[in-house]
Design a protein around this ligand. Structure first.
Ligand code: HEC
Ligand code: HEC
Length: 203
């Protein structure tokens, strides 16, 4: 169900406060996750996202080593229907913010992704150049490891990177803000495939 813009903003602001703003305030105000409790709550996720946080299924993003704040925020967006993932929304309905933070802590504590597949030098070089021009590292940080609500994208699954970058460009995915929609505006498919290839094949 589509929610009106005001509701959308209220939810995003609340979530942002819990995870990002409160972290700068008095200790204890921020929502924190417990990885042991998260392991138990994440049992239903493993089927698609894998025992090690990186499953074999095409199009399913790896979660291991991902930023805690990013995972938790995305789960809240998905639960609220602000990011539409029909495969997942049903299973999140009954989970509270604290449950989602526990799951976030569980996956973020896992070993980060390693590169897969063979590198195509020409495509890799094209992607590297585009990333430089488009300033991907300015928000995703050196080595593309991410920070808080900005995801780790180094060595993420290539086909997922391409799919999600196309979704941002076509305004089919928006997140906590619209920065990625702005970054990807009018980028060609070919450039997106080069960026995805480059990011997925880092050493
Ligand atoms: C039936 C398969 C399936 C199951 C079960 C599933 N997911 Fe997902 N999940 C997906 C797919 C597919 C996507 C990517 C959708 C897209 O293209 O945006 C995704 C995306 C995500 C994302 C966003 C990651 C990112 O990098 O943007 C998170 C976080 C996530 N899932 C966590 C979970 C958790 C936690 C559970 C268990 C409560 C779970 N998933 C269960 C298939 C699944
Ligand atoms: C202005 C800051 C900024 C810049 C510049 C930026 N990003 Fe992002 N990126 C973000 C934020 C914030 C998110 C999380 C948005 C959301 O909630 O969906 C994100 C999300 C992503 C995701 C989704 C990852 C996932 O697991 O779902 C990918 C892929 C990505 N960015 C790639 C790129 C690439 C490639 C570039 C350069 C072409 C780039 N970004 C430039 C801020 C930025």
């Amino acid at each position: 169900m589509k929610q009106c813009l005001t509701t959308r903003w209220t939810i995003i602001q609340r979530v942002f406060f819990l995870l990002i703003i409160a972290a700068a305030g008095p200790a204890g105000a921020q929502i924190k996750g417990n990885p042991e409790r998260g392991a138990d709550k994440a049992k239903t996720c493993i089927a698609c996202h894998g025992q090690t946080g990186r499953g074999p299924m095409s199009g399913v993003p790896a979660l291991s080593g991902q930023q805690f704040e990013f995972i938790t925020l995305q789960l809240i967006l998905i639960r609220e229907g602000l990011r539409e993932i029909p495969d997942m929304s049903g299973m999140l309905k009954e989970l509270k913010d604290q449950d989602l933070a526990d799951i976030g802590a569980f996956f973020s504590a896992m070993e980060p992704f390693s590169p897969r597949g063979t590198r195509n030098d020409r495509r890799f070089a094209a992607g590297a150049k585009l990333s430089e021009i488009m300033g991907c590292g300015s928000c995703h940080m050196k080595g593309y490891v991410g920070q808080r609500q900005v995801p780790r994208i180094i060595n993420q699954r290539e086909e997922y990177l391409a799919k999600t970058l196309i979704a941002y460009r076509d305004n089919k995915r928006s997140g906590v803000d619209t920065s990625m929609n702005a970054v990807m505006y009018k980028t060609t498919d070919e450039d997106i495939y080069a960026l995805a290839h480059y990011l997925a094949h880092q050493n």
